[in-house]
Ligand binder design. Structure first.
Ligand SMILES: NC(=O)c1ccc[n+]([C@@H]2O[C@H](COP(=O)([O-])OP(=O)(O)OC[C@H]3O[C@@H](n4cnc5c(N)ncnc54)[C@H](OP(=O)(O)O)[C@@H]3O)[C@@H](O)[C@H]2O)c1
Length: 180
């Protein structure tokens, strides 16, 4: 049994959830809204996990239950609002034995000292987790605008198919050219 996870898999990552459903036996998807039902109606491989990822204890037990049933995650694609749920990415990592693909907002590429310090701390914490192949995708911008959903999902699928430790969708340079 192969098992994938997409956290935040009903929004801009919906095509990624369905892409993984074509490749894995089961795809657990974490979200809260009715968009989960629509995803389930599109593929019987989707295992809906309806929890608020800000509540890390509830998230932890829901992931424990999903992995008890379908096995540990061979691949995980994670889009978590870091400011709302800073610990959630590490709780999720406990259940992954394989690729952990972490989507990050553009501010994580801000060259300001404080952000670089946070980056280093994040890398260090993920490096300490065994059996994890950590890969990050930074969501940048395109010309003078932010990315569209289809660019984010296509860029994520490209990153799944072309593994690299760090990838940027669009650009994050120069930082001064970031859209308002
Ligand atoms: N650099 C860039 O250009 C950039 C970066 C990020 C975003 N964006 C754009 O901004 C738009 C909005 O972004 P968004 O973050 O709202 O993305 P989104 O992917 O449309 O929605 C967030 C996802 O996370 C889930 N979610 C949110 N809070 C949750 C919680 N507390 N617990 C469990 N699941 C939760 C949502 O599920 P449910 O709503 O189904 O419950 C949904 O699946 C995107 O459509 C994208 O185009 C652009």
């Amino acid at each position: 049994m192969t098992h994938a996870l997409v956290v935040g898999g009903t929004g801009m990552l919906r095509p990624v959830s369905l892409y993984l459903a074509a490749k894995y036996n089961k795809v657990s998807v974490v979200a809260m809204s009715d968009r989960l039902d629509s995803l389930v109606s599109e593929s019987d491989k989707i295992n809906p996990i309806r929890v608020d990822y800000c509540n890390t204890a509830v998230l932890d037990s829901a992931l424990q239950a999903a992995t008890n049933e379908f096995g540990r995650f061979d691949i995980a694609v994670i889009w978590v609002h870091l400011k709302k749920a800073p610990e959630a990415p590490y709780v999720i990592a406990k259940y992954v034995s394989g690729r952990y693909i972490h989507l990050l907002p553009s501010w994580t590429a801000d060259p300001a000292k404080e952000n670089q310090k946070l980056q280093k701390e994040r890398h260090k914490r993920f490096e300490e987790i065994k059996n994890l192949n950590y890969q990050e995708i930074i969501l940048g911008w395109q010309g003078s605008r932010w990315l569209h959903n289809d660019e984010i999902s296509a860029g994520t699928i490209y990153a799944i198919e072309h593994p690299k430790q760090k990838q940027v969708i669009g650009t994050v340079e120069p930082w001064s050219a970031k859209p308002l």
